[in-house]
Design a protein around this ligand. Structure first.
Ligand code: TXA
Ligand code: MG
Length: 320
């Protein structure tokens, strides 16, 4: 009988080894890489076996669609059909934390696992310079969900990635901490006009101004095939209580602005700073073994909407 194969050690690649990371991806291996939002777990989006590897490494329970990362607007044409409005948004916000869900183009050459068989594809051009260089070097679109085991907190450092996926992926390209710290905002273009599918790193107000209309988060599960919408996503291990002004006995306090905590998202109440610190703080709470977590109120404006969305999911009843 053959022994089970040893798990392969995961390489930590410094930014000057971006070509090595690209070579691994071209060969069908999985490589985590930094984006301005969170670390992504990348695979060649045209290689079905590589994309299947993403689901296996994350322990993702079902084939939910993945975001396809491209260097810029020029690469969209081959993959999707972009309306004039979608093009305007790409011109305004790419590269950046905005994902657009567009009709898939015939012959796009993406593995059907990437789109989970849907007739649409989610596309984004990340603003992180290392991600941009990597995409240019690979020369193929990369499917990349957040580089964390399914149901756990998204990674904003290479250490977070290794903490969750070490031995299950070929390498992580270490670009330090992600400046935005929250996943991209996702906008769908259906028949009824633009729909906000996920609040994220691009504040909703910026999109509303560009589109000239109000956007309401579309949470209809029949229409939103989005695992980011699963109730208990983004969860730390401890039980989470929101809008707390003081910790109860046994709770670790996560502070914001005027409400201090053992960990504080932003002492000055700056939402951008809080967004950048959020997932790191949740990882830190896990590392501390926090069983009960109280979270200070966060205003529901700008990036606060996306922060609150992630916190509500973290506080939702667990499936496991
Ligand atoms: O900031 C980000 O978006 C990060 C970085 C790595 O780019 N990626 C990320 O990927 O958050 P992931 O897989 O964790 O979340 C992708 C979301 C899911 O909620 C998925 O259901 C949705 O995008 N999605 C992907 N394709 C879709 C489609 N065709 N229609 C609707 N939703 C889609
Ligand atoms: Mg995710």
């Amino acid at each position: 009988m053959n022994p089970a194969p040893e798990p392969r050690a995961t390489l930590r690649l410094s930014p000057d080894r971006v070509e090595d990371a690209a070579a691994l991806l071209r060969a069908g291996d999985l490589v985590a890489f930094p984006t301005e939002t969170v670390y992504g777990l990348g695979a060649d989006a045209g290689n079905g076996q590589a994309v299947a590897g993403i689901y296996a490494a994350k322990g993702r329970p079902s084939f939910n669609p993945l975001i396809v990362h491209v260097p810029g607007v020029e690469e969209v044409e081959r993959l999707a059909v972009a309306s004039a409005r979608a093009r305007d948004l790409m011109a305004a916000f790419w590269p950046g934390p905005l994902t657009l869900v567009l009709p898939l183009r015939d012959g796009a050459g993406l593995s059907p696992l990437v789109t989970a068989g849907l007739p649409t594809v989610a596309l984004r051009a990340p603003a992180h310079p290392l991600a941009g260089t990597l995409l240019q070097e690979v020369g193929r679109p990369l499917a990349a969900p957040s580089a964390n085991p399914s149901g756990r907190v998204s990674p904003t450092t290479a250490d977070h990635v290794l903490g969750g996926l070490s031995g299950r992926i070929a390498a992580v390209l270490d670009g330090g901490s992600c400046p935005v710290g929250l996943e991209s905002t996702i906008l769908g273009f259906g028949d009824g006009g633009p729909r906000l599918l996920r609040a994220g790193g691009l504040p909703t107000e910026a999109l509303e101004t560009a589109l000239g209309e109000r956007l309401i988060l579309d949470t209809d599960p029949a229409r939103v095939a989005a695992p980011g919408q699963m109730a208990s996503h983004y969860a730390p291990r401890g039980v989470v209580r929101l809008n707390a002004l003081l910790p109860k006995p046994g709770e670790v306090m996560l502070g914001f602005g005027p409400v201090p905590g053992e960990i504080t998202l932003s002492p000055s109440g700056d939402l951008q700073e809080a967004a950048a610190n959020l997932f790191g703080a949740l990882h830190q709470l896990d590392a501390m073994g926090a069983q009960r977590i109280a979270v200070a109120p966060i205003p529901e404006t700008g990036l606060g909407r996306a922060i609150n969305d992630r916190l509500r999911r973290a506080a939702a009843p667990r499936r496991d």
